[in-house]
Write a protein that binds this ligand. Structure first.
Ligand code: HEM
Length: 488
């Protein structure tokens, strides 16, 4: 089909059946066959080598699927042609980084990056995070058996959920919180409460207690709404999430007012809220109160699940790959010996060369953000094809990381591939361009610190080593990674 004056055409593909589009096919590969990559492979097979784009109809809209490193990069870097529209924006707060566009986005991002991504911020975070990581691991060993998925979420979820939201809010109908089996330790279940407590303390100074418990409940309500269809009337998850968001906002607002009346307390607290209240841009201007509040809340939400999922994956992949665990253990035990078993610093992490490779490889294999969306603001031409104005572009990040053309033997967990042979342009786990993940350095640091304390002191075994994989709403073993867990 020709669709523009320049004679370019729509990419090949199929729009599927009326109303449902290609969703049945998508679900067939993701839920029934459990071979998500074959969804794209089947298109490649049928339509041959395009420059990595296909037309389809998914998640209620006509879409262009983008699944090549160069096309993805082109889209991610063309802010003038493609924008990210957030269907459940009300829950994030309109002043948050997630919702901001153009110059407002650039300005807020520069504040947030200074607060959570700069070396001095990371140095501080390393110190703050460790006591909770250590106590969480100790508590796991006391339980003996856990479900890693739940535990990691309890312990660390406040730190990275946003990215999950980015990925799932546009998948109405698929995303539901999963109940994991009890009895054994499951990595994600076990880590989320501690994570939440951690983030609430380090982002806004809240200590464990009734307020924190209320916040935890409210944030759970907010999270449900992100994943729901944005229908705002009583009884819907989205409506409930907006109510929870309003209450969370009020709790944070009261905290912010307290701080404004007691600016001297900032030194003692030294948390993200103080950091954001104090930062000035090049013109000496600070963030407005509403911007501080909306962004703290979105970062807490942002922290909710992605960190805990990546920790769950690390535990799982190391259990499956004892030779990798052995090398990781050696490197970290050496550090621990030379360090007199003290807490490690961000500088120590920088020297853990093998551990850093394990981190990159875990994040690649986990494919936590399996796709992200953009909307074309005008007809855009790409290598002879048109991406029509108003269509969504689905950037299929997962496919880049599982395509053997980009990563040799892609399903193999092989940290040594990071010795230098990786094509950097094919590694898009954190997206790219101006919207690149704001927490990418923080999550890498957290994961490295977690791996350090895990490897030097604990051993674990999978209860169900052959558990089936699920891919919706998140990629994870079906049992949430049940483990037996004990001290070395
Ligand atoms: C393994 C963990 C993580 C993965 C795989 C991940 C992935 C991503 C991806 C793919 C995007 C880009 C979305 C897009 O282009 O539409 C993104 C954006 C974002 N992420 Fe993450 N993320 C992770 C952890 C975190 C953490 C720990 C935080 C914060 C504490 C965070 C905060 C954000 C924020 C604020 C954005 C929006 C950036 C913007 O719009 O400019 N992420 N993340």
């Amino acid at each position: 089909m020709r669709c523009s004056a320049s004679g370019t055409k729509l990419p090949p593909g199929r729009m599927g059946v009326p109303f449902f589009g290609e969703m049945p096919n998508f679900l067939w590969y993701f839920k029934h066959l459990r071979r998500p990559d074959d969804y794209i492979n089947s298109k490649r097979h049928k339509y041959g080598e395009t420059p990595g784009l296909y037309k389809s109809h998914l998640f209620g809209s006509p879409v262009i699927i983008a699944c090549s490193p160069s096309l993805n990069k082109f889209v991610l870097q063309s802010d003038a042609n493609f924008i990210r529209q957030w269907p459940t924006a009300k829950i994030f707060g309109i002043n948050s980084l997630i919702c901001a566009q153009g110059q407002a986005h650039t300005r807020i991002k520069s504040f947030l990056l200074r607060a959570i991504n700069r070396p001095d911020a990371l140095r501080q975070m390393a110190v703050m995070l460790q006591p909770r990581v250590i106590s969480t691991l100790q508590s796991w060993s006391q339980k003996g058996t856990i479900t890693a998925c739940k535990e990691a979420e309890k312990a660390f979820c406040g730190q990275s959920g946003l990215c999950i939201l980015i990925r799932t809010a546009e998948l109405p109908g698929f995303v539901a919180i999963h109940a994991f089996s009890l009895g054994a330790l499951s990595a994600i279940d076990e880590s989320s409460p501690v994570t939440f407590a951690n983030i609430a303390k380090h982002f806004a100074g809240f200590e464990p207690g009734p307020v924190l418990d209320t916040l935890d409940e409210l944030f759970k309500g907010v999270m449900h709404g992100f994943r729901a269809y944005p229908l705002d009337f009583p009884g819907t998850a989205y409506h409930h999430a907006i109510q929870c968001h309003t209450k969370v906002w009020e709790i944070f607002r009261v905290e912010l007012e307290k701080r404004k009346n007691n600016p001297d307390g900032a030194k003692a607290r030294n948390d993200l809220m103080d950091g954001l209240m104090e930062l000035k841009d090049d013109e000496g201007k600070r963030l407005r109160d509403v911007e501080v509040l909306d962004n703290i809340i979105s970062l807490v939400v942002g922290g909710y699940e992605s960190t805990s999922l990546s920790m769950m994956w690390a535990i799982y992949l190391l259990a499956k790959n004892p030779a990798v665990l052995q090398k990781l253990r050696e490197e970290n035990m050496n550090l621990s010996k030379n360090n007199n078993e003290a807490l490690i610093t961000a500088e120590d992490v920088a020297k853990l060369t093998y551990t850093k490779k394990v981190v990159e490889e875990t994040i690649r294999v986990a494919n936590i953000a399996f796709l992200v969306f953009r909307t074309a603001t005008k007809d855009v031409e790409y290598k002879g094809y048109t991406i029509p104005k108003g269509w969504k572009v689905v950037l299929w990040l997962r496919y880049l990381h599982t395509d053997p053309e980009n990563f040799e033997d892609p399903m193999c967990f092989n940290p040594d591939r990071w010795n230098g042979s990786v094509k950097p342009e094919a590694f898009q786990v954190f997206g790219g361009g101006s919207r690149i993940c704001a927490g990418n350095m923080l999550v890498r640091l957290q994961l490295a610190i977690f791996l350090h304390h895990l490897a030097i002191a604990y051993k674990w075994d999978l209860v169900n080593p052959n558990a089936k994989m699920m891919y919706l709403p998140f990629h994870k073993p079906e049992d949430g990674v049940e483990l037996t867990f004990s001290k070395l």
